[in-house]
Design a protein around this ligand. Structure first.
Ligand code: NCD
Ligand code: ZN
Ligand code: ZN
Length: 352
């Protein structure tokens, strides 16, 4: 025993967390997955990449109603809506939606970068008027940060995006609040660390747990595939350092992205990992292993609202150190979905 060793706490009580990036889909799938998030989180930034995408304030308002109707009675959960930016986005509609409280942010998908991004932005310079307006009114911009040029290696697409798109954007519009979503590289961590306070990032549980070997060693593992794809081990370690660093620029965004089992286990399997059912337990395993339980509340419950300019949640939740078996699959409405950590035992459980 050294003098510095402490007994590991067996429970942790924190302000109720929020999820600053996830996908609910629509219809029966949405109704099956919303309860998982509503049980774990007070609020969530809902991504707009439906088919067709949620491109206007009116569509976001309708989608919000469908989500609210899927929240189980007795759970207090607020969906925070985003608009999907296209080459034709109307800045007036965005500004009105933001002022009315329907829209919390807008989402930039480079066209072709990820699931349902075909209607995304072909050239960010086409958005100059929209982004200038967002900067002026303080509306945050969420970014899927990958270039889509065929000649760029898929493992380099995030780092190249920083140089070609993100750094010039931040230099052009220093007032714009930018969330670099689901970062996966040490280059992204370095960029965010060095940037002004207007630039922040979300980090998913999977990118803290897995590197690219998880997708390819011993056979192709489609349930470990998401975009941006997991990178080398040194990148995973950089993300773990960032998440547990106490920097207010990093916050929880699960990128929970449900796809039915048969759409993942396919010759062209969909990108996306469904982590909503045990998201807090998954993150907490990382903070525990990094001896950073005292940093978890900042990452999960404080940094996000602070960046978005929203109040922190007043309720508390408690997680206990108890073995929790993750099921092999969960109900996904029309078909089963395989959750992240399927068949594994996590060391924590949200108990209320
Ligand atoms: C997301 C999805 O399925 O909607 N997939 C993913 O791999 N992350 C889209 C996204 O967030 O890029
Ligand atoms: Zn994305
Ligand atoms: Zn996403």
């Amino acid at each position: 025993m050294t003098e510095t060793s402490r007994p590991a706490p067996d429970s942790l009580t924190i302000r109720r967390p929020d999820d600053w990036h996830l996908h609910f889909r629509d219809g029966a799938t949405m109704r099956a997955v919303v309860p998982h998030t509503a049980r774990q989180f007070a609020r969530a930034i809902v991504m707009p990449n439906l088919s067709p995408p949620v491109t206007t304030t009116a569509m976001a308002a309708d989608y919000r109603e469908r989500i609210r109707a899927a929240v189980p009675a007795g759970l207090d959960f607020t969906p925070l809506m985003t608009a999907y930016l296209t080459d034709d986005t109307d800045p007036e509609d965005l500004a009105r939606g933001f002022a009315d409280g329907v829209l919390t942010a807008a989402k930039l998908y480079p066209a072709g970068a990820t699931t349902n991004s075909a209607s995304g932005v072909t050239d960010i310079r086409r958005l100059d008027a929209v982004l200038e307006r967002m900067a002026a009114i303080g509306m945050p911009l969420c970014i899927h940060g990958e270039v889509t040029e065929a000649e760029v290696d898929i493992f380099d697409r995030e780092a190249v995006f920083i140089d070609r798109v993100l750094a010039p954007l931040v230099a052009r519009l220093p007032e714009l609040k930018v969330i670099f979503e689901h970062i996966t590289t040490e280059q992204a961590v370095d960029f965010v660390d060095a940037a002004a306070p207007q630039v922040a990032a979300t980090i998913t549980p999977q990118h803290l747990h897995i590197n690219r070997n998880a997708i390819l060693v011993g056979g192709i593992r489609p349930h470990m595939f998401c975009l941006p794809v997991a990178k080398r081990e040194r990148h995973r370690l950089a993300l773990r350092r960032a998440a547990t660093s106490a920097s207010v620029k990093y916050f929880l965004g699960t990128d929970s992205a449900p796809h039915h089992r048969h759409d993942k286990e396919s010759a062209c399997g969909c990108a996306g990992i469904f982590n909503a059912p045990f998201a807090l337990e998954s993150y907490l395993a990382v903070f525990d292993a990094e001896d950073a339980l005292d940093r978890f509340e900042g990452f999960a419950s404080l940094n996000g609202p602070r960046f978005y300019g929203l109040p922190v949640n007043e309720e508390r939740v408690t997680l206990q150190r108890v073995a929790t078996l993750v099921p092999d699959e969960v109900d996904g409405g029309d078909a089963a979905i395989v959750p992240f950590h399927a068949g594994e035992t996590l060391g924590w459980r949200l108990v209320g």
